[in-house]
Design a protein around this ligand. Structure first.
Ligand SMILES: O=C(O)c1cc(=O)[nH]c(=O)n1[C@@H]1O[C@H](COP(=O)(O)O)[C@@H](O)[C@H]1O
Length: 283
């Protein structure tokens, strides 16, 4: 069983991420083993294919990018053996000294949230990553067990603020100048007080949000949050779009792209070249 009370053995996630971004540039590569990508790599949609794909991505990119982000759903669809491959993938990230972000998008009532926190953030959990994505739409405070455990173990979280999908607006933009998303971003700012360059409570703001930050009057500098920005590549956003959308908040932004880079595999050199080209578009 994971041990929630263990003392931290590592620097806070926000500091470790800032160092990784300074060393490798502001790119995270998502590990999204879609059936079509497995096929394109010459692999079966099976546990063996999932394992070869996942370990191949980590082996190719550890030491070359700031972070890797396995998409948990694509392991869950293979059942318990898929989760075992995810555990192996996270362990290989740790061994390769590349930060891991488990894209699990967890969010539940507080008592259940504590169990999710144990899975993704506790010492001794085989699923623990350096950070996990969380959904705050049961109320930001419902995330408290995960926020507290991340702080205790030197891990981080990325809380959904403005998501990259077009449907997100129907919830997140509600309220205009006092939007639902702004309330979440203010709550994140409260978690990161006095932490610079940024704290360990991050935000997800889609690379595809266009003018939404300006329209909603959102100040990301005040949040002191690292910003995970998906939507780059396969969802249509480019580095130029992102720089226009984020403006003065750019130093906080960690772009993340999955399919656009993964389709360059399985050759490790081709994967690295695709990641480098995307990273360079963010510099
Ligand atoms: O939390 C995420 O990473 C996420 C949030 C969001 O708003 N939009 C979004 O696309 N994502 C994830 O980022 C990845 C994007 O994959 P690509 O579109 O292939 O680059 C997927 O795993 C999504 O689940």
């Amino acid at each position: 069983m994971p041990s929630a009370g263990a003392s931290p053995k590592r620097r806070p996630f926000g500091q470790r991420l800032a160092a990784a971004m300074a060393q490798h540039g502001p790119l995270c590569v998502g590990i999204d083993p879609h059936p079509g990508l497995l096929q394109a790599w010459g692999l079966e949609d099976s546990i063996t294919g999932l394992r070869r794909f996942s370990l191949g991505v980590v082996e190719a990119l550890a030491g070359h990018v700031a972070a890797l982000k396995p998409q948990v759903a694509l392991y869950e669809r293979h059942g318990s053996r898929g989760l075992a491959v995810l555990e192996e993938t996270l362990a290989l990230c740790a061994a390769g000294h590349v930060l891991s972000i488990a894209d699990a998008k967890r969010g539940d009532i507080g008592s259940t949230m504590a169990a999710y926190a144990d899975a993704w953030l506790a010492e001794g959990s085989t699923l623990a990553a350096d950070a996990v994505t969380l959904s705050p739409y049961l109320g930001f405070e419902s995330l408290r067990p995960a926020l507290d455990l991340a702080a205790a173990t030197g891990r981080g979280v990325f809380v959904l603020g403005l998501t990259s999908n077009p449907e997100g607006k129907s919830v997140q933009h509600v309220g205009g100048a006092t939007s639902v998303a702004k309330g979440i971003i203010d709550a994140v700012a409260n978690e990161n007080q006095d932490e610079r360059p940024f704290g360990s409570t991050g935000l997800v703001i889609g690379a595809t949000v266009g003018d939404a930050l300006a329209e909603l009057g959102i100040d990301l500098v005040a949040s002191a949050a690292p910003i995970l920005a998906p939507g780059l590549g396969a969802q249509g956003a480019t580095g130029a779009h992102m720089k226009a959308s984020f403006g003065a908040f750019w130093p906080q932004v960690l772009g993340t792209s999955s399919r656009e880079i993964l389709k360059a595999g399985p050759d490790a050199g081709a994967l690295r070249a695709a990641a480098s080209a995307t990273r360079d578009s963010l510099l």
